[in-house]
Design a protein around this ligand. Structure first.
Ligand SMILES: Cc1cc2nc3c(=O)[nH]c(=O)nc-3n(C[C@H](O)[C@H](O)[C@H](O)COP(=O)(O)OP(=O)(O)OC[C@H]3O[C@@H](n4cnc5c(N)ncnc54)[C@H](O)[C@@H]3O)c2cc1C
Length: 488
């Protein structure tokens, strides 16, 4: 039974984070669009973003070249200079458009935008809404989406797979757990990251790499999936989904301390606490081996309590829920998985190697981040390159490319329930094999174990549920990552 309003759409956008919503809003208003959201519409990496959006909005003390240079240094110069150039030059206009939509960024006492600092930036250029910037962007984007008559949003809707049909795709979905399919002439994948393949990640339950699997199954090129970012300072707890202590806390002066409560970054990098994320994460692991202890802390207690509570209300509250008062106590931290630099290979127009299939945001590999993303560049990337996808789709539609029509098909989703432990098996393998540093032996064993998991998932007649699709996506991402690590 049809669970969406229509059976045929011009554009299917998979994901209701910043990339999905902004991509949909950048399409012309006479194009019919269906946005899918796997769970509630605001459950996404985007909603959790704390630090802000990096953009050169004022050329008085900053320049595009400086932002480009910081991005390239953080990325170890493995970045694609053309996409970096587009990101940095075009991004400010997209940020201004977000303000026109109604996003409120913090301002100083003179009414100027309050720009913060994060690791790897040589200037204060990150605009933010307190420490809940992502939630503010998503709030406004979803409001805009709801106001647009051409856009439908379907929550609790999982894209299970895409099949190519004439002039487009058939998308097989589960809407509230029930099978439903739609046809679209163009598809924009904006499904976010892969964090959930690790036991310890900042990413929410949506981040299982579904878009990457779907693209891979269609034969799209997937590149540099092993470029995984481990954030150095997640709150150190046993929770699977780790609470992030944003880099802007170090940007505003927090010290990083080892188990002996000593600053130690000078042993590893002259930029100290403000070195790029990969450098700080590696320093923590090396320091833990040196001291024999996994205990690390952030200390920002020397700043006035009023200032801390105003500047970091979300982090203060998250820490308070874990029994830590950031105005008086040290914050226990440890690295955890945070972001994916690689992904579905796309060109400057966000086109994948499969005709009519686009990807943007964290699931896409535009090459802007190189081997390591500069802090607060990913929301900017999601904005700039989802707009590029929309502009290219609009060009194709205007050029009169034929649209999709419905085709007959059969689809079976019933089967035996998948065993409950598959996801945690994958997470344990990844945690052992490739967490900050790769463990050669565990990578080799991990590849064989993941191959077996994929065989089991594909070979057994399990019921097609969201849980099953996610496990398949996680195994697919884990396999590609470990193979890449092995080949390096
Ligand atoms: C804790 C945290 C803090 C961060 N802080 C910052 C920051 O300060 N600045 C910055 O620039 N970046 C930050 N990031 C990174 C940034 O938030 C993300 O990279 C970015 O928001 C990704 O946006 P996206 O739209 O690509 O994906 P997401 O926002 O993750 O959205 C993915 C969407 O895809 C949907 N989806 C997934 N699979 C399916 C499926 N099979 N079917 C249907 N729908 C599906 C999900 O439901 C979701 O709606 C942070 C990330 C985290 C986790």
């Amino acid at each position: 039974m049809q669970k969406t309003k229509k059976e045929i759409y011009d554009v299917l956008v998979v994901g209701s984070g910043v990339a999905g919503c902004y991509g949909a809003l950048s399409l012309p208003s006479d194009v019919s669009v269906l946005i899918l959201s796997k769970y509630e519409k605001n459950t996404s990496n985007s909603s959790l973003a704390q630090g802000g959006v990096a953009a050169v909005l004022d050329l008085k003390d900053d320049s595009y070249d400086l932002h480009i240079n910081d991005t390239m240094i953080a990325g170890h110069h493995a970045n694609n200079i053309e996409t970096v150039d587009a990101l940095v030059h075009e991004g400010p206009e997209d940020v201004r458009r977000m303000m026109d939509f109604g996003v409120v960024f913090d301002r100083d006492e003179n009414g100027d935008l309050d720009k913060t600092m994060e690791g790897g930036h040589c200037r204060r250029r990150i605009v933010h809404h307190e420490d809940t910037t992502g939630a503010e962007l998503v709030r406004v984007l979803l409001q805009q989406v709801a106001a647009r008559g051409n856009i439908e949003l379907s929550e609790n809707t999982t894209l299970c797979s895409l099949a190519r049909v004439n002039s487009g795709f058939r998308a097989d979905l589960l809407v509230d757990g029930e099978a439903c399919s739609v046809f679209c002439s163009y598809c924009l994948l904006a499904t976010g990251g892969i964090g959930r393949i690790y036991r310890y990640t900042t990413n929410p339950k949506t981040a299982t790499g579904d878009g990457i699997r779907v693209a891979y199954e269609l034969g799209a090129s997937v590149k540099d999936l092993s470029y995984v970012q481990f954030h150095p300072t997640a709150f150190n707890s046993d929770d699977g989904e780790q609470f992030l202590i944003s880099e802007s806390v170090r940007g505003e002066g927090a010290y990083l301390l080892n188990t002996n409560k000593e600053r130690f970054m000078d042993r590893y990098d002259e930029r100290l606490e403000l070195a790029p994320r990969d450098v700080v994460s590696r320093a923590i692991i090396l320091e833990s081996r040196r001291t024999g202890s996994d205990l690390f802390y952030l200390d920002i207690t020397y700043k006035p309590a009023d200032y801390l509570l105003k500047r970091f209300p979300g982090i203060a509250e998250g820490c308070r829920q874990h029994g830590v008062d950031i105005t008086k106590d040290l914050i226990p931290v440890f690295p955890c998985q945070h972001y994916l630099m690689g992904g579905i290979e796309v060109d400057m127009d966000s086109r994948t190697t499969v005709p009519r299939l686009y990807a943007a945001g964290e699931c896409a590999n535009t090459g802007v981040h190189g081997k390591n993303r500069l802090a607060s560049n990913s929301l900017l990337e999601a904005l700039v390159f989802s707009r590029h996808a929309a502009e290219d789709i609009a060009r194709c539609i205007r050029a009169g490319f034929p649209g999709v029509s419905a085709h007959p098909f059969t689809r079976e989703i019933s089967g035996a329930p998948m065993p409950g432990n598959v996801k945690s098996e994958i997470q344990n393998i990844m945690q052992r094999a490739y967490f900050v540093f790769a463990d050669e032996g565990a990578v080799r064993t991990g590849i064989e174990q993941i191959k077996n998991i994929i065989k089991r998932l594909r070979g057994s007649k399990y019921a097609v549920t969201t849980e099953y699709c996610e496990a398949l996506s996680m195994a697919n991402a884990a396999y590609i990552i470990l193979r890449e690590v092995e080949e390096k």
